[in-house]
Design a protein around this ligand. Structure first.
Ligand code: NAI
Ligand code: 15L
Length: 267
């Protein structure tokens, strides 16, 4: 690629993407609504609010690929979710469509699209959405939008239902949902290297022994995650507070997201 755009470049995953995806393109265009570290060689930084269609239109111009990480990354009040994730993601896809270009897009969806499935269920790309909050609903909307822009306008997207992408799993639930940074990077490489992508749904989890998700329908992508959260189990088990196996947070895949009340009730 000549130019790869990363939105949400100031965030937790965005900073890793910035540091480790430079080899995929001649230049990286890094964007966020907040200021980012000064650009290095082969980088440009653009402060851009995803809510602003005109600004997003300038942002996507001349890009061959987009890693779309920007937005609210957790449960918030409806207006925050609406603006950043629903309006913001619409603006991104619509700006691409109007540009006439066809950059391939990796859409950072979330496991919270399917968070109300029980942990005993094994899900694949055809499992129905069961969002566990307004954040999950907004990501489900983003998935539908990606699908629409593929079916109707030929814009390819990898819909990645990211589990928990952090340096290490943080709690017992993340023994199943953890996606290491190395495995995230290898997934992005596969998404942008495969000859034909279409619009697959991919579960973004490492090769964890405890696993709720089945990526066999996207085996053709060639992504083989290598890390396994199991090595953290003993330490996490030793430090974990007692858990009620019948609680919502333990019964459902979304964990604490499924258990929380309406964000605006302040619970
Ligand atoms: P993060 O919250 O650290 O980064 C998101 C970035 O988006 C922030 O830098 C923020 O300033 C930016 N942003 C927010 N509103 C914006 C707007 N209106 N315009 C432009 N930029 C805006 O989140 P993280 O962990 O880096 O996640 C990246 C993406 O992956 C998010 O879309 C998140 O929903 C998704 N994801 C992350 C998971 C994880 O485990 N880290 C799990 C599932 C999904
Ligand atoms: C997400 O979607 C969030 O962005 C992230 O902060 C984690 O909470 C993750 O899901 C998770 O489910 O662990």
């Amino acid at each position: 690629m000549k130019r790869l755009l990363i939105t949400g470049a100031a965030g937790n995953i965005g900073r890793v993407a910035r540091a480790r995806l430079g080899h995929l393109a001649e230049s990286l265009r890094l964007s966020d609504v907040v200021a980012m570290a000064a650009p290095g060689a082969g980088e440009e930084t653009v402060v851009c609010d995803l809510r602003d269609l005109a600004a997003v239109s300038r942002l996507v111009e001349g890009c061959d690929g987009i890693v779309h990480l920007g937005g609210q990354s957790g449960e918030r009040g409806f207006d925050d979710i609406l603006q950043a994730n629903i309006v913001g993601t619409y603006n991104l896809y619509e700006a691409v469509r109007r540009s006439g270009g066809r950059p391939r897009i990796l859409f950072a969806s979330s496991n919270h699209v399917i968070g109300f499935h029980p942990r005993e269920a094994r899900l694949d790309a055809d499992s129905p959405p069961r969002p566990d909050g307004l954040y999950g609903v907004s990501k489900s909307y983003g998935e539908s939008l990606a699908r629409l822009y593929w079916e109707k306008f030929g814009i390819e997207s990898a819909i990645v239902r990211i589990g928990s992408c952090f340096p290490e799993p943080r709690d017992l639930r993340q023994l199943a949902t953890w996606l290491s940074f190395d495995d995230f990077i290898s997934l992005v490489e596969c998404v942008f290297r495969v000859q034909r992508l279409g619009c697959p749904i991919i579960y973004g989890a490492s090769a964890n022994d405890e696993s709720w998700w089945d990526n066999s329908k996207v085996a053709w992508l060639g992504w083989r995650p290598k890390d396994n959260a199991e090595r953290y189990r003993a330490a996490l088990t030793a430090s974990a507070p007692p858990q009620d196996p019948d609680s919502i947070a333990v019964r459902f895949q979304g964990g604490s997201f499924a258990a929380m009340g309406h964000y605006e009730d302040g619970e």
